[in-house]
Write a protein that binds this ligand. Structure first.
Ligand SMILES: NC(=O)c1ccc[n+]([C@@H]2O[C@H](COP(=O)([O-])OP(=O)(O)OC[C@H]3O[C@@H](n4cnc5c(N)ncnc54)[C@H](O)[C@@H]3O)[C@@H](O)[C@H]2O)c1
Length: 349
């Protein structure tokens, strides 16, 4: 059966990079459609007209129908990727700062989607991911609304560990749960390396031991403050160097801020993580994922939005396996969920 993927916010950095990655990955074939959705504003439609031709010049051999959709009301995707809204930059330094700008955008787009594509699966990229997930889940049901931020964070954590151990990321699995932002919870107990090499196993154990010397919140806050100071002087190289010297769990709090500062977004990494959800939804990839979803008590009695391990299929998400080694880590996830809930209440009142 022919498939349609719609990208809302396709003219942005993430949306346009994702469109190219979808076509390059051959997830879609002859007769399938990729909809580039504008929002009824001529500037976004004009950019997408040009983007469409550029994508056709690159990928027309596969005969995917690349369609420009001028208004969100004409979205038809079986899977809809939500990438619309303001991103970080200027005085907006934390993803939570975006809430007040993106709240009306999320409400409007979720309302329109509920009218035209009520049964589709929604992959949420826009920040704050938790806010968009809550709003979309209210309008469309929680079963098929998934934020991809936790997968992005987990891939970053795995890469940071792989880097320090001299491995490649495909040899490391790691989970980051909770918020896609200041209350994220990198779980050392989830880390698995695909090797029995004692040197590497011992190096990982040493990293874990070092991570216990100073609480993560303290290390991450200090690192971010040093990074912000360096960014004020546009010292990008020095800022990356400082993060490289930090432990992987703190590094992932700060490195995306540098990338966001320098190139406004994190388009390739975000598109890559989003592609995993598209592959899972289309049934071509069964790897475990991590994502922000609305829970109703399935995990640690949490009710509300939280990043958790997931398996994703065409008809939505299911809770995946949680590798938790202690009650302390479970309580960190509960605290993160509580922090998300407080933030959502404040931004929506
Ligand atoms: N979850 C993640 O890991 C992750 C990573 C990077 C970016 N993001 C988020 O994704 C979103 C897009 O990021 P980007 O870097 O592509 O930003 P961008 O500024 O390059 O693109 C924004 C897109 O949103 C559209 N848009 C803006 N206002 C709109 C409105 N009122 N209605 C409909 N569409 C509107 C724009 O036309 C454009 O297509 C941001 O919210 C950003 O914070 C999330």
């Amino acid at each position: 059966m022919a498939k349609t993927i719609s990208i809302i916010g396709a003219s942005g950095s993430v949306g346009s990079t994702l469109a190219a990655q979808i076509l390059r990955s051959k997830l879609l074939g002859r007769g399938d459609r990729l909809q580039l959705v504008a929002h009824g504003v001529s500037s976004s439609s004009s950019k997408l007209l040009a983007t469409r031709i550029d994508l056709m010049d690159a990928f027309d051999d596969d005969s995917v129908d690349i369609e420009l959709v001028a208004n969100i009301q004409d979205t038809e995707g079986d899977i809809v990727v939500m990438c619309a809204g303001a991103g970080l930059g200027g005085n907006l330094k934390d993803r939570r700062d975006l809430g007040k700008f993106n709240l009306p955008v999320f409400e409007e787009i979720a309302k329109l989607c509920a009218e035209v594509v009520p049964s589709s699966t929604f992959i949420i990229v826009s920040n704050p991911v938790e806010l968009a997930v809550e709003i979309f889940a209210e309008k469309l049901g929680r079963e098929r609304v998934i934020g991809m931020g936790a997968e992005q964070d987990s891939l970053r954590f795995a890469r940071a560990i792989a880097h320090d151990l001299g491995l490649s990321r495909h040899e490391v699995f790691a989970s980051v749960l909770g918020e896609h932002g200041q209350a994220m919870v990198p779980l050392w107990s989830s880390v698995k390396v695909e090797t029995n090499d004692p040197t590497i196993v011992n190096s990982l154990a040493a990293l874990i031991e070092r991570s216990k010397e100073v609480p993560l919140a303290q290390r991450a806050a200090k690192l971010k403050s040093v990074v912000f100071e360096l960014l004020q002087g546009e010292q990008i190289e020095e800022a990356y160097e400082v993060t490289r010297r930090a432990l992987p769990d703190a590094r992932i709090f700060a490195q995306p801020l540098i990338t966001g500062h320098a190139i406004h977004s994190t388009p390739n990494a975000t598109a890559n993580a989003t592609l995993r959800f598209l592959s899972a939804t289309l049934g071509t990839d069964a790897r475990p994922l991590h994502g922000q979803v609305v829970l109703v008590g399935e995990l640690a009695s949490i009710r509300g939005v939280c990043g958790v391990p997931l398996t994703v299929k065409r008809d939505g998400w299911e809770l995946g396996t949680l590798s938790i080694s202690s009650e302390e880590q479970l309580s960190q996830i509960r605290l993160s969920a509580a922090s998300i809930a407080n933030y959502l209440m404040a931004v929506r009142c």
